[in-house]
Design a protein around this ligand. Structure first.
Ligand code: MRU
Length: 361
């Protein structure tokens, strides 16, 4: 089904009630050529949509996973003991759809815990569906509010006239709100600041060229796309005053997993004395993960490298290395921007203090 082509981007939404409703996704595999809505009616369909990146980006994956578990409740039959078994099994399958973004297993743990509480209190299938939909909707609302807050805090770091370089897509398409790394750009633009935005094309799946350029241009922001390898030259020319990226998982010590190619950007930024900002909600922090070496890094099909957009660019049969993410050590991160504020030079002590603080109103 064709999606509307103007107005705010709706990355994903629940349509209908808890019993016969479904999820609608803007199919990101089809952008920027076509705006097509994908209807998702089961947990298995949600897993397929996550694996093929029809829905992607850490906060959006969390919300998609949560709704995926609500969809799984269609399969409920039999006694309450079996309900719990089904919820646990589908939560584990959804969480395994992609391994790096912690938002996905964290959201599923949250919704599964709600299911356990409801079932312990004697909920029947109908009540369980309603409770889990309410939980997923609450997560969606929290992520939307977090986007706005990250936008406000991050915009303070961006001066009028600045050149800002970003990688992958960390905008409205990776969340259910304004975005993570792009949220400060949207807020700065609302404040009347004029920014020159540079978007790495982001090999091999081109989230920068296809998605970031699409959503920024649609919102009326000036954007220039460059091949990933041109970032060093751009920084050397002094065209960039800030690098802003999102994150898929931030370890307890502040190491950051994000789209492959982020780590070299952080090294370049340090070399050229340009601040390197990571913008991510607290749901992307993983205090259980001690450091970057412990973050699971997804490796994807070699054909994404050898056949970008379906076109062979390497000799037939050649091997390819295709990690979807890399790890930037905390020492290269100038500041973490989250909904609770800005943490300069994040490390284990500062992140623990951040998590101990009450959420911003
Ligand atoms: O493979 P993707 O497109 O899901 O990777 C997404 C990213 O790496 C984003 O930069 C990340 O999720 C941060 S945006 C919240």
């Amino acid at each position: 089904m064709a999606a509307p082509s103007s107005g705010p981007v709706t990355t994903l939404a629940w349509r209908g009630d808890a019993h016969v409703g479904h999820v609608v996704l803007l199919d990101q595999t089809r952008l920027p050529d076509e705006e097509v809505e994908l209807e998702v009616h089961s947990a298995a369909e949600m897993i397929a949509a996550i694996r093929c990146l029809a829905v992607r980006g850490a906060p959006a994956l969390g919300v998609a996973g949560a709704y995926g578990l609500v969809l799984a409740l269609r399969e409920l039959a039999g006694r309450a003991a079996q309900h719990l078994e089904l919820v646990r099994a589908r939560a584990a399958e959804l969480a395994a759809a992609r391994p790096t973004a912690v938002n996905l297993p964290a959201a599923l743990a949250r919704v599964r815990a709600r299911a356990e509480r409801e079932l312990a209190a004697g909920a029947d299938a109908r009540a369980l569906r309603e409770a889990l939909l309410a939980e997923a909707r609450a997560l969606e609302a929290e992520e939307r509010a977090a986007s706005e807050a990250m936008g406000r805090h991050g915009a303070e770091l961006l001066a009028d006239g600045a050149g800002v370089l970003t990688h992958c897509n960390a905008g409205a398409l990776c969340t259910v709100g304004l975005g993570t790394a792009l949220a400060p750009l949207y807020v700065a633009a609302r404040q009347g600041k004029r920014l020159r935005v540079y978007a790495d094309e982001t090999r091999p799946l081109f989230q920068g060229a296809r998605l970031t350029a699409w959503e920024l241009a649609r919102a009326g922001l000036e954007v220039t796309v460059l091949v990933d390898g041109a970032a060093g030259h751009l920084l050397a020319r002094g065209a960039v005053q800030a690098v802003v990226v999102g994150a898929d998982r931030i370890a307890r010590n502040g190491d950051v997993a994000n789209k492959v190619g982020t780590y070299p950007l952080a090294v370049l930024a340090r070399r050229h004395g340009v601040p390197f900002y990571v913008v991510a909600p607290c749901t992307t922090l993983d205090p259980a993960c001690p450091n970057g070496a412990a973050i699971p890094i997804e490796e994807r099909d070699a054909r994404e490298v050898t056949h970008p957009r379906g076109i062979a660019t390497a000799p037939h049969g050649v091997r390819a290395f295709n990690p979807a993410f890399d790890v930037t050590p905390a020492e290269l991160v100038s500041a973490l921007v989250c909904e609770r504020g800005v943490v300069h030079a994040p490390n284990e002590v500062r992140l623990a203090a951040l998590l101990a603080r009450a959420p911003a109103p």
